[in-house]
Design a protein around this ligand. Sequence first.
Ligand code: AMP
Length: 282
Amino acid sequence: MDTIHAIPALRERIAGWRARDESIALVPTMGNLHAGHLSLVEAAQSRAGRVVVSIFVNPMQFNDKDDFAAYPRTLEEDRRLLQDHNVDLLFLPEQAALYPKGLGATTRVEVPGLSGVLCGAFRPGHFVGVTTIVCMLLNIAQPEMALFGEKDFQQLLLIKRMVRDLHLPVRIIGMPTMREEDGLAMSSRNRYLTPEERSRAPLLYQALRRARDIIRNSHGGCDFRALEDDSMNLLREDGLRPEYFSVRRASDLALAGPDDRDLVILAAAWLGKARLIDNLRA
Ligand code: AMP
């Protein structure tokens, strides 16, 4: 597996593949790879001839400087994992190449509305950072497809919307959330949990499952707002600090009403130093 840092070199390599009619899939990540990331790689390999994984801890999407500084960077381990998975190319861009004029002076991509709710309401500017970097990476690599995890459901929806709105010629593919055996969604941030917190972390997923079961068993008669309040209280009683627990329409993340059928329940909660997010279709 080769590693490429420079944008022109990446473009040249991809142009060579394309000239031989090979299809290209991009898997954007921030590194500290786990089985969730690798499931995206495997899905990409089953769909495209060449798979490019990018690792870039994107400063624009961190609303907290300390969070950016502390984000786990495990490049050598990541490289080994990708090599073992027969990834074709690792793209490791430098910050100065992506943001030559600095973060503040760079053109931004914003999906209105969707980027200000749920995680966007608690992490101002986060999703503008996400859609800006993903737009850049898609323009740099120009893959046929790019793969993202449903674990970050709001992010996936925003990226699909951006691609549609800007008419970008790429297919966005969402993949199911990979979980630990006890149900905790895999995440690079799980390493911030102490052993005691780690043993309680699956409570978030359990609260989502409980809410999903209540919705299913209500046969259309569920009071979503009461269920949200109740679930927030349960999480607080369990020692988590929930930011939101919300039943939404899966298609556009509007608050779910009694007539909506295609639902997703999304939650974010702090446990110690870790901010956990998860979601479940209902
Ligand atoms: P990150 O490195 O956290 O930015 O994540 C890179 C990609 O991996 C994103 O598309 C995430 O949604 C996806 N991802 C992260 N965690 C998981 C997981 N547990 N299961 C599936 N995909 C995931």
